[in-house]
Design a protein around this ligand. Structure first.
Ligand SMILES: Nc1ncnc2c1ncn2[C@@H]1O[C@H](COP(=O)(O)OP(=O)(O)OP(=O)(O)O)[C@@H](O)[C@H]1O
Ligand SMILES: [Mg+2]
Length: 381
């Protein structure tokens, strides 16, 4: 069994509807159940926020603080006790007010300096909105793929952040143009193009692997094929990266005026959409039925799990929010069994838990937590 990170304890203080809650996770598969509005999704969100500033609800940090919290911001917090490489590690997340915004503060074993959480904790989630992937904007499809890459490639995040940084820097120079701007702009554009090519290439390699996995397992869609649609992606298919980088730089230079006028980077690594189609029929997933689209998403998730199986050191936790409302129960069960075998801790939410006992194979691997249980929420105030 491969080693992986595992959360053993989660403590929330003044997090959304939770005054105080302490949960102990003892198995790979944790089912959090409770009635509507009891705070199940909030619990998953509190974990997702460690790797992301917006989390699985795409909220801003201010919204995470319990309404009407009395007292200083230090009373808000998410604390995890993790197990990684046979070591127990304490990680915490708090907020600090910066002018009118909030800033995330991470702590590692009590220290707040230079916490590199991605080193051992990466969160991948599937939420009800994932079902609408093919109706959503290209950005959502791109993020879906990027989230999978991020979970296994720590450098990818670095380049995504650098790319955004250089993009902003370039726009700032364009807006305050003067005689000395040109050479400065050349340098920034070169850096932007270089980060952009690395990002496109990482996506291309990852999708290549997904396609191999998709063609290998017995899917309802044996000829499912994933492609990247961006101009950079299509050139990268036939030309070496160094050529594409030069082309990228040329386009950025050409577009300076246009980008300034429109306020955006018109030629970008993030103009890519993820096209999923049936190679035999040529039908784009967007044109498949709702049920078929769910199957396609399931197939992609399954091929991602297969991809994870080829990795030695995993640092990933899966969050599956309300998946039974949109994915077929038997398929979810298959996913859970695979994740358990892979030693990937998975937290899932559902209103009910009665289905667990009906699956003897699963009941031994699932820990059920009912958050309506008052003993979990001893009011500390
Ligand atoms: N900042 C906040 N302060 C207090 N309560 C909040 C805050 N943000 C959200 N809530 C409340 O948290 C409650 C729980 O939300 P959550 O989405 O976790 O419910 P859930 O258990 O997942 O429900 P469902 O089964 O319907 O998906 C909601 O009633 C919501 O109004
Ligand atoms: Mg919910």
């Amino acid at each position: 069994m491969s080693s992986n990170v595992r959360i053993e304890k989660l403590i929330l203080n003044n997090y959304r509807n939770h005054n105080f809650i302490e949960l102990e996770f003892k198995k790979n598969i944790i089912l959090i159940c409770g009635k509507n509005g009891s705070g199940k999704t909030n619990i998953l969100e509190s974990i997702s926020i460690f790797n992301s500033n917006v989390g699985l609800k795409k909220s801003n940090l201010r919204e995470l603080i319990k309404n009407n919290m009395k007292g200083p911001i230090e009373l808000f917090g998410v604390n995890l006790l993790c197990q990684f490489n046979k070591r127990s590690l304490k990680v915490g997340l708090g907020l600090r007010k910066n002018d009118s915004n909030f800033k995330k503060i991470l702590s590692f074993e009590g220290s707040k300096s230079k916490v590199d959480i991605d080193k051992f904790l990466n969160i991948f989630w599937i939420v009800p909105k994932t079902t609408f992937l093919f109706q959503n904007a290209p950005e959502d499809r791109r993020n879906f793929i990027d989230q999978m890459i991020l979970a296994t490639d720590r450098n990818f995040k670095k380049f995504l952040l650098l790319y955004e940084k250089y993009k902003k820097e370039r726009m700032k120079i364009l807006k305050s143009w003067n005689d000395s701007s040109s050479s400065w702009l050349d340098v920034v554009e070169q850096k932007l193009a270089s980060a952009g090519i690395i990002i496109c290439d990482a996506r291309r390699n990852f999708i290549k692997q997904l396609n191999i996995n998709l063609s290998e397992f017995n899917s309802t869609f044996p000829s499912l094929f994933i492609e990247l649609s961006g101009e950079i992606d299509s050139i990268l298919r036939n030309k070496p990266a160094i050529f594409v980088e030069d082309y990228f730089i040329k386009k950025l230079k050409e577009n300076r005026k246009k980008d300034l006028l429109t306020g955006k980077t018109n030629f970008s690594a993030n103009k890519t959409d993820i096209i999923v189609s049936d190679k035999l029929s040529g039908i784009d997933a967007r044109n498949h039925s709702t049920g078929e689209q769910k199957m396609i998403i399931f197939s992609i998730i399954f091929s991602f799990i297969k991809f994870l199986e080829s990795k030695i050191n995993l640092r990933i936790i899966f969050l599956l929010d309300d998946v039974f409302s949109f994915l077929d129960k038997n398929h979810v069960m298959l996913v859970l069994e695979r994740l358990d075998k892979l030693n990937v801790q998975t937290l899932l939410t559902d209103i009910r838990n009665d289905w667990v006992s009906k699956h003897p194979k699963l009941s031994s691997i699932i820990q059920q937590i009912n958050i309506d249980d008052k003993s979990l929420k001893v009011d500390k105030i």
